[in-house]
Design a protein around this ligand. Structure first.
Ligand code: AMP
Length: 116
C-alpha cells in the first residue's frame, strides 16, 4: 500500500466506495463524480502509478485489469451497446489519482473521443 494514496485506501476499506466487482487482484467501484450513466473505475489492488508502469512492472496484472473492464461492462449492461475504456496518464491527460485506474464509461452515446 502506498502512503497517502486514495485508491490504496479504498482497497484497504479505509475509505468507502460503491464496489461493483472484485477479485483477489482487482477492484471496481463507481466514480464519485460520474461523467456518464455508467462510470466505473477499475483498479489493480496493488499500487502502480500509471498504465505504462503497470504494463512494465506486472503485465499479467494489466491483463487481469483488462479482463475486469470487460466483465464490468457486461455486468453493467453496456457491453452490447458499446462503451469506452479510458486511462488518463500524466498531467496533460488530467490524471488526478496516481494509482492506475481504467474509467469504464457507457450507458449513452459518448460522442467524440475528445472535446473539440
Ligand atoms: P483521473 O482524473 O483519471 O485521475 O480520475 C480520477 C477519478 O477518481 C475522477 O473521475 C474522480 O471523480 C474519481 N474519484 C475521486 N475520489 C473518488 C472516490 N473517493 N471514490 C470514487 N471515485 C473517486
Amino acid at each position: 500500500m502506498a502512503v497517502d494514496c486514495l485508491f490504496c485506501r479504498i482497497v484497504a476499506r479505509e475509505i468507502p466506495a460503491d464496489v461493483v466487482y472484485e477479485t483477489d487482484q482487482v477492484l471496481a467501484f463507481r466514480d464519485i463524480a460520474p461523467k456518464a450513466p455508467v462510470h466505473v473505475l477499475v483498479i489493480p489492488k496493488e499500487h502502480h502509478p500509471t498504465f505504462a508502469a503497470l504494463g512494465q512492472e506486472d503485465p499479467a496484472l494489466a491483463g487481469a485489469l483488462a479482463a475486469a473492464c470487460g466483465q464490468v461492462a457486461l455486468d453493467e449492461g453496456v457491453a452490447d451497446a458499446g462503451y469506452r475504456v479510458l486511462f488518463n496518464s500524466g498531467p496533460n491527460a488530467g490524471q488526478e489519482v496516481f494509482h492506475v485506474h481504467a474509467h469504464v464509461l457507457g450507458g449513452k452515446p459518448l460522442g467524440p473521443m475528445l472535446a473539440r
